[in-house]
Design a protein around this ligand. Structure first.
Ligand SMILES: CC(C)(COP(=O)(O)OP(=O)(O)OC[C@H]1O[C@@H](n2cnc3c(N)ncnc32)[C@H](O)[C@@H]1OP(=O)(O)O)[C@@H](O)C(=O)NCCC(=O)NCCSC(=O)C[C@H](O)C(=O)O
Ligand code: MG
Length: 284
């Protein structure tokens, strides 16, 4: 199935070492899960986490949720074994941290074969090489690693994320040019629903497909922010109907709510309805 036909509103990280969280995710209304072997797992737990995760994925029970395994970097002592293990796991894709160039993905593919890949976009060099990374033939999606990026850029936290905008924009352009998925970075203050809502709204406005999350309490906010609203669905239906009627009269432009509707607006309207259908399908 075309991965773009699926919603990616909520993409929850789960530490591969935490059995309770691995189990809990089976009942959470998330579109995708990142099973993490990297930053959420301590050095002491890395090897056991790999095995715990293998067993959880064998047991499965994650339903229609997209399953992505984030391995440790290939320059770490765990990376190669993680990659070899992930290639055999029952998952949809493998996520490589700190991707700085397509060569990093080639190195991973040399171990994992034709398994689909995702890239963590979180280094300054990765931002500069975003277009080439997005064009890698095995790449299905990009995940913004805004914590690492902020660290590397030595930025200060700002609610408007101004210091990160150049990198976010660069990766969005690259992902959209190649037609791959791109999801926004995490919101660290997981008890601050209002702050999360604002950041999700900003990410949705910018064109992200969804948001990465760290706690179950964040799921509903992201699902709602990245789904078409009732108003958007209603407008999309009216635009399509008005344009069809205009075309039937030999005209190429319709007017809805005082605004012109042309072919391109109809294409967007159809995308909105397709996304709403896809969400309804996974919710069912
Ligand atoms: C942040 C946490 C450490 C908080 O954990 P905890 O104190 O256990 O939270 P709660 O007691 O409120 O948990 C309630 C129940 O929810 C389950 N839970 C918690 N987190 C998750 C989760 N992520 N997925 C599934 N289930 C979860 C608990 O087990 C409780 O269940 P129950 O007892 O059965 O009711 C914790 O949330 C956590 O570890 N979160 C993940 C952190 C993480 O993954 N970090 C790495 C990714 S972020 C990153 O690296 C981004 C990127 O690379 C960058 O650079 O930006
Ligand atoms: Mg990171």
């Amino acid at each position: 199935m075309d991965p773009r036909a699926r919603p990616y509103r909520s993409v929850l990280y789960i530490p591969g070492s935490k059995l309770r969280a691995l189990d809990k995710a089976r009942s959470l209304r998330v579109d995708a899960i990142i099973f993490d072997l990297e930053d959420a797992v301590s050095a002491e737990e890395k090897v056991n986490a790999r095995q715990t995760l293998e067993e959880a994925l064998r047991e499965n029970g994650y339903g229609a949720r997209i399953k992505i395994v984030r391995i440790n970097g290939l320059d770490t002592e765990w990376g190669h074994a993680d990659a070899a293990a992930a290639a055999k796991m029952d998952c949809d894709a493998i996520l490589l941290p700190k991707v700085s160039s397509p060569v990093d993905l080639d190195a991973l593919a040399a171990i994992t074969g034709d398994k689909p890949l995702w890239a963590m976009m979180e280094t300054p060099r990765g931002m500069l090489n975003a277009a080439a990374i997005a064009a890698h033939p095995l790449l299905q999606g990009m995940v913004m690693g805004t914590n690492d990026l902020a660290k590397e850029l030595q930025t200060r936290f700002r609610p408007d994320r101004l210091p990160l905008m150049a990198g976010l924009g660069q990766c969005l352009l690259a992902a959209k040019a190649e037609g791959i998925i791109i999801v926004d970075g995490v919101y660290n203050a997981f008890k601050d629903a209002e702050g999360l809502e604002a950041e999700c709204g900003q990410g949705r406005d910018m064109g992200f497909d969804g948001k990465t999350l760290i706690h179950p309490a964040q799921v509903d906010v992201a699902n709602s922010a990245f789904a078409p609203s009732e108003d958007e669905i209603d407008l999309a239906r009216r635009q399509i109907a008005a344009f069809d009627a205009a075309e039937a009269e030999g005209q190429g432009v319709a007017v809805v709510d005082g605004k012109i509707v042309e072919n391109l607006h109809v294409a967007t309207a159809r995308e909105i309805l397709a996304k709403a259908d896809a969400i309804a399908a996974v919710s069912a």
